[in-house]
Design a protein around this ligand. Sequence first.
Ligand code: THU
Length: 163
Amino acid sequence: MKTKEIKISISQFENLGELSPEDQELILKARASASLAYAPYSNYLVGAALRLDDKTIVTGNNQENASFPLGTCAERSAIFWANANYPDLAIDTIVVTAIDQDGRAAKNVSPCGSCRQVMLECEHRYSKSMRIILDSSNGIEILENAKSLLPLSFNGDSLKSIG
Ligand code: THU
C-alpha cells in the first residue's frame, strides 16, 4: 500500500492594498457585480469578475429562481458569457466575492463544486492555469489554478483513457 498526498498552496492577504493594481481593480469589479446579483432566496449575493488574456474584464453574479435548481452561480454566469463572446481568449484570473442583502461582506467565499469543474474545463480548453482570488471579510486568498481545487479531477482526457 502506498499513500499519495496532495497539497495546495494558498497565498493569503489581509488588505486589498497588498495586491497588484490589476488584482485590486478586478476585486472591486467583483464586489460591484455582487451588489447587482439576484439572490432573493438565499440572500447570499455573489459577484465574479474575470480578466481575459487581452485584459478584457467580464463580470457576473448569481441569478436565482423560485424553482431553486435553476439558479446559476456568479462564476458560471461570468465564465460562460466570456467563453460565448471571446471563445479564443483564455481566462487569466477570476475573483469571487459575496455579500448579504445589506452589503456586508461574507465570511466564507469559495466556488461550489460545479463551478470548480467549469473552471477546470477552461484550464484544459486553453491549456492555461486560471488564478482564483477569493475575497471575503476574512481576507483575500489566491490560488494559482483551478486544478488544485479539484484533486483527482475528471476532464476531457479521462474520456480518451478507455482501452
Ligand atoms: N453561489 C455562487 O454564485 N457561487 C458559488 O460558488 C457558491 C454559491 C450562489 C448560488 C446561490 O444563488 C447562492 O450562492 C447560495 O448558494
